[in-house]
Design a protein around this ligand. Structure first.
Ligand code: PMP
Length: 314
């Protein structure tokens, strides 16, 4: 019997996970020449409904990343096509739980030449059951990493290139080896950029602050949800350059991302954030975000794409 997650999308088909294998000389495997997305779908047990979160925006970001990295397969892949493949894959897997969805566009050619253009690309998608990636009920202890965030002039920060995640992994390992939960990365010129694979927000004197996109930030889709929640509440918001010492002096801090959702930060480099408790604005944003993504409120319906129910036995 097929278990949820056993069916994947590979080489243009829905196939068994075991059949999805790449040859040893695959360009993406050798050089990290791919781009990907991380998408979540939440299961609402009252409505027996799976909702994919911000599917359109994720599909669009994937297609845009592909354009930056010459990863667009031929014929050109549209965001609508990516969405349709993901929805069909989820329906075929028959999930009744929270899910993580991983589409990857990658250089499937087997040449050893280091270029991007002129090499065949392909799309694959796999999914897996997925609960909380971090314990978001408690505050995270973070450190400022010695590893700097990749510069947009070295590897495009707006795209999600697979190879660039060595940068995130180095920072994340460093933090864990030193007993912290997560790493905050600075730009090459020492401004606050983001966490290893999530965006960062601060609160100071009631103002919600997040680093500007041009500080090598991946323009997160959850970041955008947070901005919408903040604006709806009429709270002041600043999207701008953030100094390292602002982070050390903040009243509240939290991370946002598909994986981390909204994760409070209660200490930075051993200094307590605010009074060391999860701050009130962070709590309110976390509550509102989790309600919205699970479809517990009618509001923000535009964030949720329901997955069609497949009759049991299919
Ligand atoms: N920054 C990086 C480097 C990431 O990998 C992610 C996760 N995709 C984020 C930020 C958060 O982005 P999103 O909210 O779109 O998941």
């Amino acid at each position: 019997m097929t278990k949820p997650g056993d069916i994947v999308y590979f080489q243009g088909d829905f196939v068994d996970r075991d059949q999805a294998r790449v040859p040893i000389a695959t360009h993406a495997f050798n050089y990290g020449t791919g781009c990907f997305e991380g998408i979540r779908a939440y299961w609402n047990s009252n409505r027996e409904q799976l909702y994919v979160i911000r599917l359109r925006e994720h599909a669009q970001r994937l297609v845009r990343s592909a354009r930056i990295l010459h990863l667009d397969p031929d014929p050109s892949l549209s965001a609508e096509r990516v969405e349709a493949i993901i929805l069909e894959l989820l329906a075929r897997n028959g999930y009744h739980e929270d899910v993580y969805i991983r589409p990857i566009l990658y250089k499937s050619g087997t040449t050893i030449k280091v270029t991007l253009s002129g090499i065949e690309s392909d799309l694959c998608v796999f999914t897996q059951p997925f609960g909380d990636y971090l314990d978001i009920r408690k505050g995270l202890r973070v450190m400022i990493s010695a590893w700097r965030r990749i510069d947009d002039n070295s590897i495009p920060a707006r795209a999600k290139p697979t190879g660039a995640y060595v940068n995130a992994a180095l920072a994340s390992d460093e933090a864990r080896e030193r007993g912290f939960d997560e790493a905050i990365m600075l730009t090459g010129d020492g401004h606050v950029s983001e966490a290893s694979s999530s965006n960062l927000f601060l609160v100071q004197d009631g103002v919600v602050i997040t680093p500007q996109a041009s500080d090598d930030v991946l323009v997160g889709i959850t970041r955008d949800c947070v901005i919408e929640l903040v604006r709806k509440r009429g709270w002041p918001l600043e999207v701008r350059r953030v100094d390292r010492s602002e982070l050390l002096a903040a009243d509240e801090a939290f991370l946002s991302g598909t994986g981390v959702q909204i994760a409070p930060v209660t200490s930075v480099d051993g200094r307590v954030v605010g009074n060391g408790e999860i701050g009130p604005l962070t709590q309110e944003l976390q509550r509102a975000y989790l309600e919205a993504v699970r479809g517990e409120v009618a509001e923000f319906a535009e964030w949720r794409t329901p997955v069609a129910k497949v009759a049991s036995g299919n």
